[in-house]
Design a protein around this ligand. Structure first.
Ligand code: NAD
Length: 359
């Protein structure tokens, strides 16, 4: 399998490097062969090619089986505007790969319960996946506009979903539920919004026709926001649209206690894009203290998507082992309670434990 690695900027290369090493050792033990190719993205691509996401890199991405991306951006490129911004490169590759479903798992292991802003007993057992529709809904709906004189202006956006758009993202959610706890909670506002009524009808029909082995429930978004902070452990897969998903996935992201723990995947096209939720963290770049867990868990999601579940599970087991042993990078370290390690030391221990768990 061909994997394109785009380390990007800041801590991106530091954490990507550990991800590649980890895949190499696990693949060797499993007898799977990965061909890695590396290229520039974001600021580093501006420096190398004068473009944050050149077409040649997009072509390599499309010809691969999966893309691992570190993070892009940083003060060096902040003066760039429009299509020359590093983040524009990210939007371009997402659009070009046609990835319409964004997946963000949030799992809080017992070892990290005290890092959460919620009480340990409220967070215990949390292990959810938010599946957010990424390319439709009110962020893209037409018409949109603003008119009128100052003081009497009006403005409008359109929330619009088509049946195929709902079906395809719901299919992703149901498929992941089968790999996980077998439950989907579809979040909408069907008591008020017509578009949510269609959303609910389409999800219900698809469930009945193709995924009746998965448990399906529906929840209004206002209740879902409340349940996320009251009893997050009740959720397995949350399926929702672009606007609600944007808000709920960020709320869910805070539950774990550090950005350095959160992986993501954007899927739906022929090739998936796997990247940590965090950015390039220029404030800690080059110091060897970044948490590699978000990147390694993103790599595990790529392995799931490429039907390499054993390797995915081994990476997750490695992460759990290192955390249970009390190893922490600086973002999560607590003096007198945990053992502070570098990016490399953390990743090394995760690899050892992952290898040991791989049969
Ligand atoms: P950030 O996620 O880079 O950092 C926020 C804070 O979290 C910082 O204090 C950072 O040190 C810390 N942090 C992040 N990842 C960490 C890790 N793995 N281990 C330990 N600590 C970690 O967000 P920001 O500071 O708002 O943005 C910095 C740059 O990254 C900007 O240029 C921004 O545009 C870009 N950015 C890129 C992406 C992406 O590539 N997907 C996402 C968000 C921000």
């Amino acid at each position: 399998m061909k994997i394109l690695v785009l380390p990007g900027d800041g801590i991106g290369p530091e954490v990507c490097n550990e991800a590649v090493k980890t895949l190499e050792v696990l693949a060797a033990k499993k007898g799977v062969s990965f061909a890695f190719e590396e290229d520039h993205a974001g600021g580093s691509a501006i420096d190398a090619y004068g473009d944050p996401m050149p077409d040649a890199v997009i072509a390599k991405a499309k010809a691969s089986d999966g893309v691992l991306l570190g993070a892009v951006g940083g003060p060096k490129w902040d003066h760039h505007t429009g299509a020359m911004r590093p983040e524009s490169g990210l939007l371009k590759i997402r659009k070009e790969l046609g990835v319409f479903a964004n997946l963000r798992p949030v799992a809080v292991s017992a070892a990290l319960a005290d890092a959460s802003p919620l009480r340990p007993e409220a967070i215990a057992g949390t292990d959810m996946l938010v599946v957010r529709e990424l390319t439709g809904g009110i962020y893209f709906g037409e018409p949109r506009g603003r008119s009128g004189e100052p003081g009497a202006e009006d403005a409008f956006n359109t929330m619009r979903y088509t049946t195929p758009e709902i079906e395809r993202v719901a299919r992703v959610a149901f498929t992941w539920a089968r790999r996980r706890g077998g439950r989907v909670c579809s979040v909408d506002k069907a008591n008020v919004l017509v578009v949510s009524q269609l959303w609910r009808d389409v999800v219900t029909k698809l469930h009945k026709e193709e995924f009746s082995d998965v448990e399906l429930t529906h929840m209004y978004v206002d209740n879902a926001a409340m349940q996320l902070v009251v009893r997050p452990s009740q959720f397995d897969v949350i399926l929702t649209g672009n606007l609600f998903g944007d808000i709920l996935s960020d709320a869910a992201a805070t539950l774990g206690g550090s950005l350095g723990l959160l992986p993501s995947a954007s899927v739906g096209g022929n090739v998936g894009l796997f990247e940590p939720v965090h950015g390039s963290a220029p404030d800690i770049a080059g110091q060897g203290i970044a948490n590699p867990v978000a990147m390694l868990l993103s790599t595990a999601m790529m392995m799931d998507e490429l039907e390499q579940g054993d390797i995915a599970n081994a990476i997750r087991a490695g992460v759990d082992a290192a955390l249970n042993e009390g190893l922490r990078t600086a973002d999560l370290h607590r003096e007198g309670k945990t053992t502070r390690v570098s990016t490399q030391e953390m990743a090394e221990r995760i690899r050892e434990a992952a290898l040991a768990s791989l049969v």
